[in-house]
Design a protein around this ligand. Structure first.
Ligand code: MN
Ligand code: MN
Length: 363
């Protein structure tokens, strides 16, 4: 007799077996990370339950406050942040947390033990879409707390993405999924609501080498630099253009949903630097959006970049720092990096790009 419950590996078993494989026993330094992942997954299940109630939870709409980014907080942003903080603060796994929704790093209350890790998260990604019932998610990144530090300050969180111990996201779509990397590939788990647990359904996710799908917010095209304009125009030119094949465009405006699509079936995502605000190199947040997503993408065989070089090598300067972000199929991201090298970003009237194509606004 087969039964779904016994046919699939629950996430708890997966993590314990992975820990045994890495350490030869169950006590190594990754043990603490496993316990932390258990708490993060519980936070995500709690958020999934809340979001799944929709308007019935009476939690849709604006909270009437702004976050440190100057964005209007949704009620669910605030609730998801509280769930993340309170599910992860007590277990003795973390020494501090950074959240999109908190101006300053969260100090672990004194009654709780400190752990060896730092947890950074976007508790509810894509929340501007929540009222229209589009997939949203939670993104998290785990760093080691510097040796000897028990009360981390903002500076302790400013580590490059390459220092991440693990990273992942939950996506709250038609199915709730938890996608995770601890540094040896990417695995996807689906929430079995009958037993309230994630089961391994997507082992060893790999991003296809080639793609005919790209994602970008085309309403910003008048601000694009020549490299991005060239790339998109070549995709739009389709079979008769230099790429020799037709491309499709996608834009969900939810980073987790875009990432999930690319992990499942390939593609490339661009939120490039543009000329809107020279002080702002991009839109997405480095520490709790681009770094964890970049880590997953690289672990799945793709490439994650600023458009100029690896995202995971960017040295952070502040906890809410924004960055340009291009990721997905390795060959496409490398092409976009090459275009950035080939063209002076601020020389916007290079004839090749100013004369042809849809996105050729003169400036
Ligand atoms: Mn977000
Ligand atoms: Mn968010």
């Amino acid at each position: 007799m087969t039964h779904e419950t016994f046919n699939s590996t629950p996430i708890t078993r997966f993590l314990i077996e992975e820990q045994r494989r890495l350490n030869g026993d169950s006590t190594g330094r990754r043990g603490g990370c496993t316990a932390l992942i258990h708490d993060v997954r519980l936070a995500c299940k709690r958020i999934a339950a809340l979001i799944g109630k929709g308007a019935l939870a009476n939690a849709l709409g604006d909270a009437g406050s702004m976050n440190v980014q100057g964005e209007a907080q949704k009620k669910l942003d605030v609730l998801a942040n509280e769930i993340f903080v309170h599910t992860n603060e007590w277990g003795g796994t973390v020494a501090g947390m950074v959240s999109e929704e908190l101006d300053e790093p969260y100090a672990i209350p004194e009654q709780y033990p400190r752990g060896p890790y730092l947890l950074l998260f976007d508790p509810l990604d894509g929340s501007s879409n929540i009222d229209v019932n589009v997939s949203v998610g939670s993104i998290f990144s785990v760093l080691r707390c510097p040796e000897g530090v028990t009360h981390p300050t903002a500076a302790d969180f400013l580590q490059p993405g390459s220092a991440q111990v693990c990273a992942g996201y939950a996506i709250y779509g038609p199915a709730t999924m938890f996608v995770l990397s601890t540094g040896s590939g990417v695995n996807g788990f689906t929430l079995n609501r009958e037993i309230g647990e994630f089961s391994l359904t997507h082992p060893n996710l790999r991003i296809p080498e080639t793609t005919s799908e790209f994602a970008i917010n085309a309403s910003n095209s008048r601000y694009w630099e020549p490299a991005i304009r060239r790339y998109v125009n070549e995709c739009l030119a389709g079979e008769s253009g230099p790429r020799g094949r037709d491309f499709n465009m996608r834009w969900i405006a939810s980073l987790v949903a875009e990432t999930h699509r690319i992990l499942m079936r390939g593609g490339v995502f661009m939120y490039p630097r543009d000329r809107r605000d020279p002080a702002q190199p991009g839109r997405l947040r480095l520490l709790y959006e681009a770094n964890p997503i970049g880590y997953l993408i690289e672990q799945a065989g793709g490439r994650a970049s600023t458009g100029h070089g690896p995202i995971l090598e960017v040295k952070p300067e502040s906890v809410h720092q924004r960055v340009s972000f291009v990721f997905g199929a390795r060959s496409e991201v490398e092409r976009i990096e090459r275009y950035h090298r080939d063209h002076n970003e601020f020389e916007l009237d290079v004839p090749l790009f100013a004369t042809r194509g849809l996105f050729t606004h003169s400036v």
